[in-house]
Design a protein around this ligand. Structure first.
Ligand code: HEM
Length: 402
């Protein structure tokens, strides 16, 4: 078998990576992919174990310099981007990660998230109702995007008139997370990082002077045993929450509906029994994983399924493949909206486990329920196209009729 079956730049692979993963899991569950210089890991057991293994990290900078890890020093022009990203918890490791996650968790509580449910239900109902009233449109642009963008903005306290700025900034920043991004995309990401932080710095200062009942205010006030977030950490956290808080949810909604349209029997089953929504949310997250791959640096030599991987290497953990592993999921290519148990790893595992998983679950449940109720005959109007990127894998648009 050649490496070509795993081709994250090929539109065919992006549209349907699952046959390639089936082959990889069976024949080469751990292999080195030259074009990305990454070790590709495709079995559930291995992905699961590596996510919990402290010999790997999302960064190596807490233990080594770029040179030691065989990497070129970062270009000077990227500094504003990396300063911003490394001020949030996702791209740091303990002890900094432990400290940031503890502080942010004190403001981003389960109670606060559950308290958002009525607002999310109202918003989902309004968006679904508007789509149904005009007989259809682009489900992605008209429901999947505005719901999580407005929820996260509302939660943080970004004024309504500024919200249209968020998605372009976030999309530009996320361009850096695609594999081997071109320099133009890197420069765009830096520009967005600077503009986004300037905007949030001004907003955070306003909230510090005039506190409100929102998460930015709470983050400016949070104190844990005398420790608090610095201003840079506060800004890094807001950017992380605003980006992580909607990118994957938009794609999860679009991919989820596309899965339902391709499985009309299951869609009918759900329409007939809305009590299936909670297990349907989990199954749709498993069946077509919106964030299909996460990377880790190898901080100490490891052996995975008998293959030695040295310190300094990078692994690409294929969540989408793990979620279709027949060793864990019976009949994994079948969409079963009542699947239970469903130990998918779409929200990750270990210390970086998605902080927003409870919020994402509420948003998805409310948006599926709202659309199923407002548009009981919702159907596909045109075959959708995928956006080119594999790392943030989602549809360009999803045209529907009601
Ligand atoms: C369907 C939607 C979502 C998916 C599939 C998803 C997936 C993930 C995954 C896989 C990780 C861990 C990455 C890794 O281990 O390398 C993660 C981390 C994170 N997510 Fe989510 N996420 C979603 C929605 C959200 C939402 C709504 C929020 C916030 C409001 C959020 C905030 C975060 C944060 C802050 C982290 C970093 C946690 C840490 O480093 O400790 N996510 N997410």
């Amino acid at each position: 078998m050649s490496d070509l079956s795993y081709d994250p730049w090929s539109p065919a692979f992006v549209a349907d990576p699952y046959p390639a993963f089936e082959e990889l899991r069976a024949e080469r569950p751990v292999f080195f992919h030259e074009p990305t210089s990454q070790w590709v890991i495709s079995r559930y057991e291995d992905v699961n174990a590596l996510l919990r293994d402290r010999r790997l990290g999302r960064t190596y900078l807490h233990v080594a310099g770029h040179e030691e890890f065989g990497q070129r020093p970062e270009a000077e022009f990227l500094k504003p981007f990396w300063d911003l990203i490394r001020a949030g918890m996702l791209d740091v490791e303990p002890p900094t990660h432990t400290r940031l996650r503890r502080l942010v968790s004190k403001a981003f509580t389960a109670r606060m998230v559950e308290g958002l449910r009525p607002m999310i239900r109202r918003l989902a109902g309004d968006l679904a109702g508007a789509l149904a009233a005009k007989g259809g449109g682009d489900l992605l642009a008209e429901v999947a995007e505005p719901l999580p963008v407005n929820v996260i903005a509302e939660m943080l306290g970004v004024p309504a008139e500024d919200r249209s700025l968020l998605r372009p900034w976030s999309a530009d920043i996320c361009g850096m997370y695609e594999l081997n991004p071109p320099e133009e995309a890197q420069r765009t990401a830096v520009r967005a990082a600077v503009e986004f932080s300037d905007y949030l710095r001004a907003l955070a200062r306003t909230r510090r002077d005039e506190p409100r009942d929102d998460l930015i205010t709470a983050l400016t006030q949070v104190v844990d045993e005398g420790d608090r977030l610095t201003e840079d950490e506060l800004i890094g956290t807001c950017v992380l929450l605003l980006n992580a808080g909607h990118e994957a949810t938009v794609n999860a909604t679009g991919n989820g509906w596309w899965s339902l349209f391709r499985n009309p029997g299951e869609l009918e089953r759900l329409r007939g029994d809305l009590s299936l929504v909670p297990t349907a949310v989990e199954e749709l997250l498993r069946y077509d994983t919106p964030a299909p791959m996460f990377e880790r640096w190898v901080l100490e030599d490891i052996t995975v399924a008998g293959v030695d991987i040295p310190r300094g290497a990078e692994v690409a953990l294929q969540f989408a493949s793990a979620n279709r592993d027949p060793e864990v999921f019976a009949d994994p290519d079948r969409l079963d909206l009542a699947r239970d148990p469903n130990p998918h790893i779409t929200f990750g595992l270990g210390i970086h486990y998605c902080l927003g998983a409870p919020l994402a679950r509420i948003e998805l449940a409310e948006s599926y329920s709202a659309l199923l109720s407002a548009a009981p005959r919702l159907r596909l109007a045109a075959e959708p196209k995928w956006k080119p990127g594999y790392v943030l894998r989602g549809l360009e648009s999803l045209q529907v009729e009601c």
